[in-house]
Design a protein around this ligand. Structure first.
Ligand SMILES: Nc1ncnc2c1ncn2[C@@H]1O[C@H](COP(=O)(O)OP(=O)(O)OP(=O)(O)O)[C@@H](O)[C@H]1O
Length: 364
């Protein structure tokens, strides 16, 4: 259904001459080709870098196609969130984590702000796209291919969760890590009057802390042209370790979870927030388990539970009630990895390093 809506939107865009629209981000101009995806307050377009902008970079002509993420910012809070997203795309230097190419905060004609982020275009699409293709073709994924994809995603998440894995990271883009310090002068000017002190989901410590992605789903894993999985959509990524200190924070975090996390992949502790509760990287391990299950079986564990038993998905998540299809073609070892990740008690879930070791053992 949503793809029909998307196609209709693309058709309408073309009818209204939208495909001819050009956008300038800093010193480069791009032509919008089509809509790739959209979220609550954002649109992702395929864009073509215009000829005059195809400058040589180290003697190499820049690629022609990019993804442009436009984030609409109706409030100061949404500008702050968008800027944190910009910063996240510069923070993690890994082939398994998306990195931005350029970004700019724009003043729209109506006075509102929008954030434009230029990203590499991943023509092979997302893991969800490849799962959908396989479902349509009626083909199955091999265990070896599952393990290869899982290992890539885990290596990407290791970079977010484990600051030690980022220690060799000498790229100048990440040396100044405080959100409000890394933006262009223009951006700093735009935010001069805004209370951009870090909210409880943000970080000002940069390279030395653990980050959680908080929305790991098959739609947020993209494939590079050489088939590597790349963790995308860093809009919900922020400091991993949080303590909910007061009722205000509790309410804000509840709202944030509703707006930013994808229910079938959301960890139970995020759906049942409590005062003085501690949250950490383990929220991603749950989502990873659900994402890997979807990769193997074509449907997420708790949506399958809902389909089979009619149970409410929130109840199934909070009790950790799900099952594997009978006569699965996958080894007991791989099923055990999923079982370890999808445990209601976060303490029982493996760390990302333990998961990496477990998968490497399966690979050999
Ligand atoms: N760099 C890219 N190359 C190709 N496709 C992309 C790229 N970035 C995003 N997409 C497509 O656009 C979709 C939405 O992207 P993204 O998740 O970043 O946007 P979003 O508005 O934050 O969505 P949501 O938060 O609802 O997941 C992705 O699922 C993917 O299909």
């Amino acid at each position: 259904m949503s793809s029909v809506v998307l196609e209709l939107f693309q058709y309408l865009c073309c009818c209204r001459g939208f495909s001819d629209t050009t956008i300038r981000v800093n010193d480069k101009r791009y032509r919008i080709q089509r809509l790739l995806g959209e979220g609550g307050l954002s649109f992702v377009y395929l864009v073509q870098l215009l000829k005059g902008s195809l400058i040589m970079e180290n003697g190499v002509v820049a690629p022609e196609l990019y993804a442009l993420k436009k984030i609409i910012c109706p409030s100061v809070e949404s500008i702050s969130n968008g800027m944190r997203e910009i910063e996240n795309y510069k923070r993690f230097q890994s082939p398994y984590v998306i990195q931005s190419i350029d970004s700019q905060v724009m003043q729209e004609k109506d006075g509102s702000k929008s954030i434009y982020i230029i990203l590499p275009f991943y023509a092979l699409g997302s893991l969800q796209d490849s799962i959908n293709r396989r479902l349509l073709e009626g083909t199955f994924i091999s265990e070896a291919e599952c393990v290869r994809i899982m290992l890539g995603v885990i290596r990407g998440l290791l970079c977010l969760h484990d600051p030690a894995s980022r220690q060799d990271n000498t790229n100048p883009r990440t040396t100044i890590d405080t959100v409000s310090m890394t933006y262009s002068d223009e951006t700093a000017f735009l935010l001069e009057d805004t209370p951009l002190e870090m909210d409880m989901l943000s970080s000002s410590l940069g390279a030395s802390i653990a980050y959680a992605h908080r929305d790991i789903t098959p739609s947020n894993i993209l494939f590079s042209s050489d088939g590597l999985p790349v963790i995308g959509d860093l809009g919900s990524c922020s400091q991993a370790d949080i303590i909910i200190g007061n009722r205000n924070q509790l309410r804000e975090l509840q709202e944030w979870v509703n707006d930013n996390c994808t229910l079938p992949y959301t960890a139970p502790e995020l759906l049942d927030l409590k005062l003085n509760q501690e949250l950490d990287c383990k929220v991603d391990i749950w989502s990873l388990g659900c994402t890997f299950y979807t990769l193997m079986f074509g449907i997420s564990p708790f949506e399958r539970e809902e389909q089979i038993h009619g149970a409410s998905i929130t109840y199934a998540i909070s009790t950790g009630k799900y099952s594997f299809p009978r006569n699965s073609r996958f080894s007991e070892g791989l099923l055990n990895v999923i079982k370890k990740c999808i445990q209601v008690d976060p303490v029982q879930r493996p760390t990302i390093s333990q998961l990496l070791n477990a998968l490497q053992d399966l690979e050999s």
